[in-house]
Design a protein around this ligand. Structure first.
Ligand code: ATP
Ligand code: MG
Length: 448
């Protein structure tokens, strides 16, 4: 294992003073997989005070000292050094009731969640792997340390961590581990929403359809609004899958950008609520995009997602399917560009392609190719997409309108310029603005 020099220096600093020091957890796992660990954690039998004393010449982060962790700021970034500890009595299903320092690395590894995360390595002592983490990693198996049911009851968030590791590292959960993950999924309701959100964000970019289906009870416990989609038959010749299975394929097909993956997960969330059948028994879901956009915003707000993500996802969900409808219309595409902005339109196209290829029927790519071509051409012509690109600004129109009326006037000018019916020059815009204000005044004049 190649340990970065600044981490090695910390290990040697502790070992040189007679303490044990091991790299532990995710970094050992990732190194065995040939991945570059994104951080290195050290565990030791030194107490936090002893650790801090060893590294007094470094900047230290002592916020976690009570729980046994000292952060040492090295040239490669902060490294957490945690005293071996045991935990017990998770009465609330989230936090240990007590934490005790302990003397052996094996006791420390026993508190960790999965065998693949319960390995430690020391350059002088070799590998500590009391639960067969390396064997499980090689066999592609996700297995808890100890009885799965006990471990998930202690801390329900481990269920979602398990889903994330399984997806990210292509692991199959061992039968009992899977049984406990799905059986205890409802305990996710007690977990802090932001932590659920953050685990889902770690999972979604890696999620394959198979994982979403295997872990459906976990996903629907984390996002309860998706539960009605499970097994919901679509009664539609374009679809062979139920809504949830279709959703799983769409997520899998979508590019791994977070807002697009979230939108893929939620794009049909309103389908069960919008379902109707026509005279021929064919299923329809009128309005599910719009309603889904509102639901997506609520779901993400409840999960404490950043506002920008709420906005982006709600927009993609609300407008999904539109790139197919607009593929033949330059004017429609230009309007969409003005409304959503260029990045969102590309994301929408990616979502719609993923949606189409997740139906289980032969995909119909022609409209999307056409949309992409037209979009590329429109952008190459450097269209006027924003009020700031107009040849007149709000200042110059103040004499004609103020406040919201001024905003409406500018929007109208932008629309006409964008549609190609008005020249983007100062005289043309001023003349048209005067005409529009005049017209409005005419319309609102009381009848004599
Ligand atoms: P990554 O950082 O890539 O998400 P990681 O395994 O390093 O993966 P961290 O959250 O950084 O995950 O945690 C470091 C180690 O701490 C884990 O490898 C695991 O041994 C232990 N650990 C973290 N969270 C838990 C938990 N909820 N229950 C038990 N052990 C945990
Ligand atoms: Mg980590």
């Amino acid at each position: 294992m190649v340990i970065p020099p600044e981490v090695l220096a910390l290990i040697q600093g502790l070992e040189g003073r007679g303490y044990q020091a091991w790299v532990v957890g995710g970094c050992v796992r990732d190194d065995f997989l040939g991945l570059t660990p994104h951080d290195w954690d050290i565990c030791t039998d030194a107490t936090p005070q002893e650790t801090a004393a060893c590294f007094s010449e470094y900047p230290l982060i002592l916020a976690g000292e009570k729980h046994g962790t000292v952060g040492v700021v090295t040239s490669g970034g902060p490294v957490e050094i945690t005293t071996f500890r045991r935990e017990g009595d998770y009465a609330d299903g989230r936090h240990p009731g007590w934490v005790q320092f302990t003397r052996t690395v094996e006791a420390d590894l026993a508190r960790r969640d999965f065998t693949i995360n319960a390995m430690a390595y020391s350059p002088s002592r070799g590998l500590a792997d009391p639960f067969g983490g390396r064997r499980d990693l090689e066999a592609g198996i996700l297995r808890t340390v100890g009885r799965p049911e006990d471990r998930f009851r202690e801390d329900g968030l481990r269920i979602l961590r398990g889903v994330r590791f399984a997806a990210r590292l292509s692991l199959q959960p061992e039968a009992e581990t899977l049984g406990a993950m799905t059986g205890l999924a409802s305990s996710l309701a007690n977990q802090a929403r932001e932590r659920v959100y953050s685990e889902l964000c770690g999972f979604l970019p890696w999620a394959k359809a198979g994982a979403l289906i295997t872990f459906a009870p976990v996903v629907t416990a984390a996002v309860p609004a998706l539960a009605p989609c499970l097994g919901f038959a679509q009664h539609n010749p374009h679809h062979i899958y139920d809504v949830y299975t279709h959703t799983a394929h769409v997520v899998d097909n979508a590019p791994p950008r977070l807002p697009v993956r979230w939108a893929a997960l939620l794009h049909d969330v309103a389908k069960p609520a919008c379902f109707t059948t026509d005279g021929q028994g064919v299923g329809h879901f009128w309005g599910h995009g719009k309603q889904g956009g509102e639901m997506a915003r609520r779901i993400l707000a409840e999960l404490r997602a950043p506002r920008i993500i709420q906005e982006q996802v709600a927009t993609l969900v609300a407008y999904h399917g539109l790139t197919r409808e607009l593929s033949g219309s330059d004017r429609g595409i230009a309007r969409l560009l003005r409304k959503l902005g260029e990045p969102a339109v590309w994301d929408l196209l990616a979502l719609d392609i993923a949606d189409d290829s997740g139906k289980g029927t032969p995909p119909d790519v022609a409209p999307f190719q056409q949309f992409r071509q037209r979009l590329t051409d429109i952008l190459a012509a450097e269209p006027c997409l924003d009020r700031r690109q107009l040849a007149v600004g709000g200042q110059e129109l103040m004499a004609l309108a103020q406040g919201p009326a001024l905003g409406r006037l500018l929007n109208r000018l932008l629309e006409e310029v964008g549609d190609g019916v008005l020249e983007n020059s100062k005289p043309a815009l001023l003349a048209r603005a005067a005409q529009l204000v005049e017209g409005e005044a005419e319309c609102t004049k009381p009848n004599k």
